[in-house]
Design a protein around this ligand. Structure first.
Ligand SMILES: Nc1ncnc2c1ncn2[C@@H]1O[C@H](COP(=O)(O)OP(=O)(O)OP(=O)(O)O)[C@@H](O)[C@H]1O
Length: 408
């Protein structure tokens, strides 16, 4: 019978590369930390807290810096008897309105068994219950709303909560909101009155460059990977790949973790650049597959068409040429064709998903047009197609053409 055996040749603490790990130190964010501390200073001084809005792309440390600083703040205010600070954090990802966020806050504050149901009350009743709970806690209360953009247009809570004290709903409690978002449009679309209050202090977190990511990864690898567990160049490569693509520390950490797992499966003692390359292809393929799950059958066919063009070394290519190829593929797979305009819309969607890139060409009298090409490696794209399309013969032909043209 097969038996389990502990390996641990590569990792000494793999969890340190995971999402739930809270690092002891934050690298490369000194300026943002200074500005954040400045925005939090009134709490230490015993005044009403500012409302703070943090925004920036995914994986740039918004949550990590917030958690880190709020821990430090909670420790430091203990020195002042007249400050009692409570922090309530809620991730709004699955909460799509002020009502749902308010219910979640009430239930976070109430003891188990005393929660309220998530439907059936008028909104103002839930807000009232929230004020009661906040009053019962008293003192300074910071409410962190991560992924606050999920609240959508029903954002009354973001308007009402910061005004609850001046409107006489709160007396004992001084509430400050910290909203975190990676959706730049959300901030622009906010009602001006909400924007004025929620964005009282705004902090933008820019993407990391390769040097910054290298430092973040190095200090994390010290905790996560055994000594000599990474060949030289591995950390720099993970950092460079993530910097070029997204500037996200999460992407860099995911890459290192997956590379380590691949090395472990191969019974190796060190992670090499080869594992990083393989991990990168695998993550890219996952991204394409994830994007493709959202697509309709015709969306997938539109993508297969661009893949077919890429195999012939004919990308970037114009939407009109893609359409011709698309009709050919539809015929051979027995599907009805969509109008050119609809296929164009599918190409735009694929671009939004980061699977295609487009370049605008200016052609004088004939107007401007876009040329499309794959924005992910050819192999990742066609491998993902294998899993979701039942066009085995076509896909096989495209693979053969790609080999002939040295594409891939
Ligand atoms: N400056 C940093 N120093 C150390 N670790 C960091 C730093 N920035 C990010 N990380 C790590 O990178 C990962 C992603 O960071 P975080 O969750 O804070 O990103 P985010 O900006 O909140 O992203 P999202 O918008 O997707 O929630 C976490 O594991 C975090 O610990």
């Amino acid at each position: 019978m097969p038996r389990f055996e502990r390996k641990r040749r590569i990792f000494k603490n793999k969890d340190a590369l995971g999402e739930s790990y809270q690092p002891d130190s934050i690298e490369e964010r000194d300026e943002e930390i200074d500005a954040y501390m400045d925005a939090l200073q009134p709490i230490v001084d015993g005044w009403e807290p500012n409302n703070i809005f943090i925004y920036g792309n995914t994986g740039v440390g918004k949550t990590a810096v917030t958690e880190y600083l709020l821990d430090v703040l909670q420790d430091d205010v203990e020195a002042y008897d007249d400050v009692s600070l409570s922090v309530i954090s809620v991730n709004c990802k699955t909460l799509n309105s002020s009502y749902q966020v308010a219910v979640e806050l009430v239930n976070t504050l109430r003891p188990t068994g005393a929660e309220i149901s998530s439907t059936g009350y008028p909104q103002q009743t839930v807000f009232k219950k929230l004020y009661e709970e906040l009053e019962a806690v008293g003192g300074t209360i910071l409410i962190v709303l991560d992924e606050v953009d999920s609240i959508g247009e029903k954002d009354e809570l973001l308007y009402e909560l910061p005004r609850a004290r001046s409107n006489g709903y709160l007396d004992e409690a001084k509430v400050g909101l910290i909203g975190i978002s990676n959706d730049f449009k959300f901030r622009e679309q906010l009602d001006p009155r909400v924007k004025d209050t929620l964005c009282e202090r705004e902090l933008q977190f820019p993407p990391y460059d390769a040097t910054e990511l290298k430092n973040i990864l190095e200090s994390r690898a010290e905790v996560a990977v055994v000594d000599e567990g990474c060949e030289s160049g591995v950390v720099s490569l993970c950092a460079a790949v993530a910097a070029r693509d997204s500037g996200s520390a999460r992407q860099a950490l995911d890459l290192l973790r997956l590379a380590g797992e691949l090395a472990e499966t191969r019974d190796a003692d060190t992670i090499t650049e080869a594992e990083v390359d393989d991990a990168r292809s695998k993550l890219e393929q996952e991204r394409v597959e994830e994007g493709m799950r959202e697509l309709t059958a015709h969306g997938r066919l539109a993508l297969l068409t661009v893949i077919s063009k890429a195999a012939k070394d004919e990308t970037p290519c114009r939407a009109s040429d893609i359409y011709q190829e698309y009709t050919r593929l539809c015929e051979s797979s027995g599907m009805d064709t969509l109008a050119q305009r609809s296929v164009h819309n599918h190409l735009s969607d694929l671009r939004m998903l980061g699977i295609l890139s487009a370049e605008e060409n200016r052609s004088g009298s004939r107007g401007n047009y876009y040329s499309y090409e794959l924005d992910v490696p050819f192999t990742s794209a066609i491998d993902a197609m294998d899993d979701v399309l039942r066009l085995d013969r076509e896909i096989e032909t495209i693979r053969e053409i790609a080999v002939m043209n040295n594409v891939g």
